[in-house]
Design a binder for this molecule. Structure first.
Ligand code: AOS
Ligand code: ZN
Ligand code: ZN
Length: 392
């Protein structure tokens, strides 16, 4: 049996990157709701992200989305973030909000538009050079809506060429992570619909190109932990975009829809060496990030709940008695193996986690501590006037 004290050191390695866009207003195509205290600047988004880290100790970096988070001086923004207690992390490109990209960006038939999309990514790399970010995350909204609309094979060739040009501009300590998504906004075919397509492209690019797995980007019933295991086996799992889905790309709080799935994913991450600092002290190849939008719930508590959910399922996954499991598996004892697995999942770690946090100078209950802190009231009073930022 593994006890909580056996896993607490490893659990201390957990770090989850939060997305800047989680702090802006978001919604559905029906309505974006505004809420008091919503950031009006990139700096205010970073302050909110830093609040999540202060109360949880779990979120030391913030991902930026360009051009949503464009500022004139990214070096100064980086310094500002450090003063707040966080780092700037992954830089996300955006080729989905410009009329030129209606029929494609890196895959477009027009070389001028392809070049524009490439130039945007090169500008993102320039931002990374100033922020010290390791990862360029590329999610492409490209595809077609009708059979016959595009030459799906030629689009792959153009995509490969564009990715190559971008990849070649990365420095030795930078990486490209390519996200896949099985549908939306294109509905007939998507140019990077699945992990296999993402893998094919990043494998062709080289060692510093990896796959990004967004947990919301699969068809219902997909065994996501199998994909995790396979990508780790291939050395190509670069990062996660964690969220929950019921129907589509719902971007809900991770662990809200199916905590057992999150547990199973974390078991495979740990099993595959994707968790915690590497033996040489460098950061792990697998970056754990959130990709969520808070449409109806409060944003900062929504992010606090998210990172706590990851922490709770990671703790349970670390508690898995892998030695006994190996024995049961070797014995062909199906029911015992399943029982050991479920025992870890069903372990209530909440009291241990509260003590774990207090030992580290953090509040035992970060959610209650945040709500009692006055931070929310303060930003609601301070952030009047100016335009609130939205997801878009
Ligand atoms: C879009 O569906 C993807 O999840 C991307 O990661 C995207 O950049 C992010 O959701 C922000 O819109
Ligand atoms: Zn995503
Ligand atoms: Zn998504």
């Amino acid at each position: 049996m593994t006890s909580f004290s056996d896993i607490s050191d490893r659990l201390g390695d957990l770090a989850i990157e939060v997305p800047s866009w989680a702090y802006g207003n978001s919604g559905t195509r029906f309505k974006v709701f505004g809420s008091a205290g919503t950031p009006r600047s990139v700096e205010e988004k970073i302050s909110d992200a830093a609040a999540v880290h202060r109360f949880t100790g779990l979120a030391p970096s913030v991902a930026l989305h360009i051009p949503w988070d464009h500022v004139d001086d990214f070096g100064a923004l980086s310094t500002y973030a450090k003063e707040q207690g966080v780092e700037l992390g992954t830089i996300n490109s955006n080729t989905f909000q410009d009329d030129d990209y209606k029929l494609g960006a890196l895959t477009h038939t027009d070389p001028r538009i392809r070049q524009k999309a490439i130039d945007h990514h090169l500008a993102c790399i320039e931002v990374m050079n100033q922020t010290g970010s390791r990862d360029l995350k590329i999610w492409l909204a490209e595809g077609t809506n009708y059979p016959g609309q595009g030459d799906i094979r030629a689009r792959q060739d153009r995509l490969a060429e564009g990715l190559r040009t971008i990849y070649d501009q990365l420095s030795d300590d930078q990486r490209l992570v390519l996200e896949y998504k099985f549908f939306e906004p294109a509905f007939y075919h998507t140019d990077v619909p699945d992990w296999g397509t993402s893998y094919a492209h990043v494998a062709a690019l080289g060692d510093r190109a990896m796959v990004c797995l967004d947990t919301g980007h699969h068809a219902p019933g997909t065994n996501i932990e199998f994909i995790v295991a396979q990508l780790l086996r291939l050395g190509k799992l670069g990062s996660f975009d964690f969220n929950s889905r019921f129907y589509a790309d719902d971007d809900l709080i991770v662990g809200a829809a199916d905590p057992f799935q999150l547990f199973r994913i974390m078991v495979e991450v740990i099993r595959g060496g994707g968790f915690g600092a590497k033996a040489d002290g460098t950061s792990n190849d697998v970056a754990l990030m959130l990709d969520q939008c808070h449409n109806i719930e409060a944003k900062i508590p929504g992010q606090i709940r998210s990172v706590l959910n990851v922490q709770e399922m990671t703790a349970r996954a670390l508690l898995l008695d892998t030695e006994s499991l190996d024995v049961a598996r070797s014995d062909g004892d199906v029911l015992r193996a399943n029982e050991i697995f479920m025992d870890a999942f069903y372990t209530d770690v909440r009291a241990d986690l509260a003590a774990f946090r207090e030992e580290r100078g953090l509040p035992a209950d970060p959610m209650r501590a945040y709500l009692a802190s006055g931070y929310q009231e303060q930003i609601e009073a301070d952030r009047v006037g100016g335009a609130q930022l939205s997801w878009t």
